[in-house]
Design a protein around this ligand. Structure first.
Ligand SMILES: C[S@@+](CC[C@H](N)C(=O)[O-])C[C@H]1O[C@@H](n2cnc3c(N)ncnc32)[C@H](O)[C@@H]1O
Length: 355
């Protein structure tokens, strides 16, 4: 049992040292302590590992935390998790494991759910890209893996983003983010219906240090869902061309994939790219906003919390006759919270649309 769990426990150790949130570092420290003592916890881990062969340790560790946070927020009614120390987490998590119903819920979520962090601020990069490329033209835009479906409605309704630290020197990114994008038809897609998954998605969307803005996000969601004309489809984006055929949807000028493709394996990503090609107009744009590195091609095996250099980028690919152009690195974000941006190495090419 311990042998099966070894890699996952090693991942707890890595996260307890590298995660950007202090309370989450303490959480993973607590899990290591519990793993040393509790047979029940080791059994839980090995059962989960056997059921989640689709996930690597990094995703699994993240999912275990998200489910714990869901239980803390929506079962234990605790909204202040930012000051939790490792011993506090040991107490809370041990209590969770010894409550039959809660352990069952934790197990079910961990074996069946996927993390669905939705961040409104992340759409600042795609919006800047749309504005840079299409200027004030009216365009059809799809958002695949839309999570809570606030990103595209926010672009359509020109809802503002938080101020960013713009390292371009002359606020070029800031200006692009502020200028309006004209969405003729917006289509959002996710395998889950955001209305059914709201509590889970919210539990996935905040670090403990950010939970203060949970209520603000709840109001933002209300506002955007009520006002938007963007339509939502529940569908597997790997087969997105089939949805377009079934519903006779128009070809898109741009497709956004924000923090979605990193959740797929290489084969699934290839399939998704082929499908996206089929719903884009010729010379249409794919905006990949994700944990990705660009070096002639896209490389997905990156450290999410890299110290110093960032792994979160807004990248543009152009549909051509053969498939897609090489990826153009547009913006390099300091991290996936998207509050600090630097020009990517192809920034000038993108804003001058010289592909
Ligand atoms: C991390 S969330 C990103 C949400 C949002 N795009 C953002 O950037 O804030 C990833 C989303 O991708 C969705 N997803 C994963 N696999 C999918 C698939 N095959 N088809 C459609 N959506 C998928 C998940 O349900 C989840 O909502």
């Amino acid at each position: 049992m311990v042998v099966i769990n070894r890699k996952l426990i090693k991942e707890f150790q890595v996260q307890s040292k590298t995660h950007p949130d202090k309370s989450i570092r303490a959480y993973y420290e607590a899990l290591q302590k519990i793993a040393k003592e509790s047979k029940n916890f080791n059994k839980f881990l090995s059962n989960v590992i056997k059921k989640r062969l689709d996930l690597n340790e990094k995703h699994l560790a993240n999912l275990i935390y998200r489910s714990t946070q869901y239980i803390m927020l929506y079962h234990n009614g605790k909204r202040n998790l930012s000051d939790m120390e490792s011993d506090d987490w040991v107490k809370e998590y041990t209590a969770l494991l010894s409550d039959g119903a809660l352990q069952e819920l934790h197990y079910t979520q961990t074996i069946s759910e996927n993390t669905q962090t939705t961040k409104y601020q992340r759409y600042a990069g795609p919006k800047a890209a749309l504005r840079a490329i299409f200027d004030s033209k009216s365009i059809n835009v799809a958002d695949l893996g839309c999570g809570l479906n606030i990103g595209l409605p926010g672009i359509e309704l020109d809802f503002p983003y938080l101020k960013i630290k713009d390292n371009t020197g002359d606020n070029k990114i800031t200006q692009l983010i502020k200028d309006q994008v004209f969405v003729k038809q917006g289509i959002s897609v996710d395998i889950y219906d955001p209305k059914e998954k709201l509590a889970w998605a919210l539990a996935c969307s905040f670090y403990p240090g950010e939970l203060g803005s949970l209520e603000e996000t709840e109001s933002l969601i209300d506002f955007l869902w009520n006002k938007t004309r963007t339509s939502f489809y529940r569908y597997d984006a790997k087969n997105i061309a089939r949805l377009w055929n079934e519903k006779k949807l128009p070809l898109m000028d741009a497709v956004i994939t924000s923090t979605f493709l990193y959740q797929l394996n290489d084969e699934e990503r290839k399939k998704t790219f082929r499908n996206i090609g089929k719903i884009l107009k010729q010379n249409g744009i794919l905006i990949v906003n994700d944990f990705v590195e660009v070096d002639g091609s896209l490389s997905w095996d990156v450290d999410w919390f890299e110290k110093g250099a960032s792994s979160y980028r807004t990248v543009i690919l152009v549909k051509n006759k053969k498939g897609f152009s090489r990826p153009y690195e547009f913006i390099v974000w300091k991290n996936a919270r998207c509050r600090e941006a630097s020009a990517g190495r192809d920034f000038e090419k993108v804003i001058n649309f010289k592909f």
